[in-house]
Design a protein around this ligand. Structure first.
Ligand SMILES: [Zn+2]
Length: 352
């Protein structure tokens, strides 16, 4: 696709019609926003009730009501446990991508085991939906300088795009220096970076999850308006973000105050999504990025072996502690692990 933006694509589609039609002007019209859902299990232990199926279906009903087509990144293990849910997501008109075979940070894998599990997750979803799976989202956004190797593997196992990278520094993840607009990794894999805004040197992924539940809507709108030109804005949510029926528990990785934030304003989440998306929702990421694919810059990291940028000493310590905790919790090399970065690796003991 020549020209290089969603609007150019839209223009080309319009000019293909017989009737002359007014063309979209990217300087005047804000880009559409694509909705994404990370379908993951949030239980601390397998004996707890699994609630992701009912919440995912609530998203499906909400999207149908508002004529929104989304991309659902599904954890491979959940596709094994709930193939009917994955089939339903696809049948109701949405794209299905992979959110890791397990919900484990990419940096907790060796490249060879990451390749094997990622290919396995891709194949099992393809078997369920009968169509190629081309999109990947790394659990917790853990494609970062130290896991740059994953962008090679994702292309090798057949993914066309990733929507995994925070184009900034943050406490745990982030890939400082990558473009904030879609680009290609040297492997050819397309990346649609997570929309973020900077507070000092730290980037906040404000268009989803806890940020979206906690931030006032006018602030989110203001920040969306400040995204760079040629952005491909996407929002993100998890089943638990709309789960008003889940009893409160302290999520060990984020302690009590972080857990309070995880439960804040779940009741208002769908209303916020409605206010931001209705009239402005774009197609699923796979379709959208394919339309841009011929005209994307390639980003070559200069220092791929270094950790994310560091701020002051307190922040360095925070990064070190937080990162150590996540590695310990999610490492597949640690046989005693059951809790994997806010989620369990055991099938539901009863259907949700
Ligand atoms: Zn996730």
């Amino acid at each position: 696709m020549s020209g290089g933006s969603w609007f150019t694509y839209a223009r080309a589609q319009m000019s293909a019609n017989a009737d002359p039609a007014p063309v979209a002007d990217p300087a005047l019209d804000p880009p559409p926003i694509t909705m994404t859902v990370d379908v993951e299990d949030h239980r601390p232990a397998p004996t707890w009730e699994a609630r992701y199926e009912r919440c995912t279906r609530r998203f499906l009903d909400f999207f149908e009501e508002h004529d929104i087509r989304a991309t659902f990144f599904v954890v491979g293990r959940l596709a094994e446990w709930s193939p009917g849910l994955v089939e339903e997501i696809s049948r109701r008109g949405h794209e299905v991508g992979l959110h890791g075979y397990r919900h484990w940070a990419v940096f907790s894998y060796e490249p060879s085991s990451f390749a094997a599990e990622t290919a396995k997750g891709k194949a099992l979803i393809e078997d369920i939906i009968g169509a190629p799976v081309v999109g990947f989202r790394a659990p917790a956004g853990t494609i970062m300088p130290s896991t740059f190797w994953a962008t090679e593997i994702l292309a090798e196992v057949g993914f066309e795009y990733s929507a995994s990278v925070l184009p900034a520094q943050s406490y745990v993840v982030g890939f400082p220096g990558v473009p904030a607009t879609p680009f290609r990794w040297p492997s050819g894999l397309v990346e649609a970076p997570c929309p973020a805004f900077a507070v000092g040197s730290v980037g906040l992924p404000f268009m989803g999850g806890t940020f979206l539940r906690v931030f006032p809507l006018p602030l989110v709108r203001f920040l969306v308006g400040r995204l760079p030109a040629r952005s491909t804005p996407w929002m993100y949510a998890h089943p638990y973000d709309i789960d008003t029926g889940e009893p409160f528990w302290v999520v060990p990785e984020v302690k009590r105050w972080g857990s309070v934030l995880l439960w804040t304003n779940r009741a208002g989440m769908l209303r916020k999504l409605e206010r931001l998306l209705v009239g402005r929702s774009g197609p699923p990421l796979g379709e959208r990025l394919r339309a841009l694919a011929g005209d994307l810059p390639t980003f070559v990291p200069q220092r791929a072996d270094e950790p994310p940028g560091r701020g002051d000493v307190v922040e360095m310590l925070h990064v070190a502690l937080r990162r150590e905790r996540i590695v310990r919790d999610v490492s597949p090399r640690n046989g005693e692990v059951t809790v994997a970065s806010r989620g369990t690796d055991a099938p539901p003991s009863r259907p949700s």
